[in-house]
Design a binder for this molecule. Structure first.
Ligand SMILES: [Zn+2]
Length: 307
């Protein structure tokens, strides 16, 4: 139904919807051989609560603005890939995100040897644009594609994930740019989006992700070679009820808690030792409505269109 690149861009935009930055929400996805190896959004440093952090942009001394502290989506995606054990796959990987990386992130991406860049918008500051292009395309040998977002099937995908039609708001509140925002999606909503968009790629009929206790996605589709130390006490999200083989793979990984976002036929017997939350419920509709409304706002901020 959608391309892998589109799915990754929607996952990046869903990650952006986790950001508490009242001015700009950015999300980034790192792909290696079509697998997501890293995901990030702009946020606060470790140990600093992004919900209570104040985010002033200017009007106060530099050390009281957000600038010296905020970790950008690209930096978090690189860090996420390294923590997940994919440091060897970063070289040559594809970065997908709504904004061209800033000069500082371009420097880190250059050093990390990424191979390809897919983005929606260029930086409006000419200096930043030149620096980023030098570091990535010119000196880094990075190939780049500025793409436009085709959202024609997005509403259908979201509605199939929600199991009902969506009520989308097009009037958005003004934000206090010095405060964190309150309209962001939960981890649960983000993980649902992740498997929902992934399974909307026509070659993938089910998408399963394992998530650890730190809310970090550890693997997709159960076929990575990550050692089992990455899995204890983790839970999983799946687009559909997993097959017998997939359930066995989950059990082997020590996963006994599973969230399903779309209803399909299932043999109860197969899942009896699993704690299953089926999302074909009011809760799922609420989750998906919140996601859709947040995506609508983010898509508007990058394309001036609504979904
Ligand atoms: Zn940056």
């Amino acid at each position: 139904m959608i391309s892998k690149t589109d799915a990754a861009m929607y996952i990046a935009l869903s990650a952006a919807a986790r950001s508490k930055d009242a001015r700009r929400q950015v999300g980034a996805v790192l792909l290696s051989d079509d697998f997501i190896i890293g995901i990030g959004y702009n946020g606060t440093p470790r140990g600093v609560d992004d919900k209570t952090f104040t985010w002033p942009k200017s009007g106060v001394p530099l050390y009281d603005t957000k600038h010296p502290y905020v970790i950008h989506a690209e930096e978090n995606a690189l860090e996420n890939a390294r923590k997940r054990g994919f440091q060897d796959s970063i070289k040559g990987s594809t970065l997908i995100l709504p904004y061209r990386p800033c000069p500082s992130c371009s420097k880190q991406l250059h050093q990390a040897n990424i191979g390809h860049l897919v983005y929606l918008l260029d930086y409006s500051k000419q200096d930043d644009l030149i620096i980023s292009k030098r570091l990535l395309e010119e000196w880094g040998g990075v190939s780049s594609e500025k793409v436009s977002l085709n959202t024609s099937s997005l509403r259908t995908i979201l509605e199939s994930m929600a199991g009902s039609s969506l009520d989308l708001a097009t009037i958005f509140v003004d934000y206090d740019l010095n405060k964190s925002r309150s309209d962001y999606i939960s981890f649960e909503q983000f993980f649902s989006a992740h498997v929902g968009f992934h399974s909307a790629v026509d070659s993938i009929d089910n998408s399963i992700i394992c998530v650890n206790e730190e809310n970090r996605v550890m693997e997709e589709l159960l076929d990575s070679q990550l050692p089992s130390r990455f899995h204890p006490h983790s839970f999983a999200f799946a687009a559909f009820y997993p097959s017998g083989d997939q359930i066995d793979a989950l059990r082997k990984k020590g996963v006994y808690q599973l969230n399903i976002i779309r209803e399909n036929h299932a043999t109860e017997e197969m899942y009896k030792d699993m704690k299953i939350t089926s999302f074909s419920s009011e809760r799922n509709q609420k989750n998906m409505s919140a996601l859709a409304n947040n995506l609508n706002r983010i898509i508007h901020s990058y394309t001036s269109q609504y979904l």
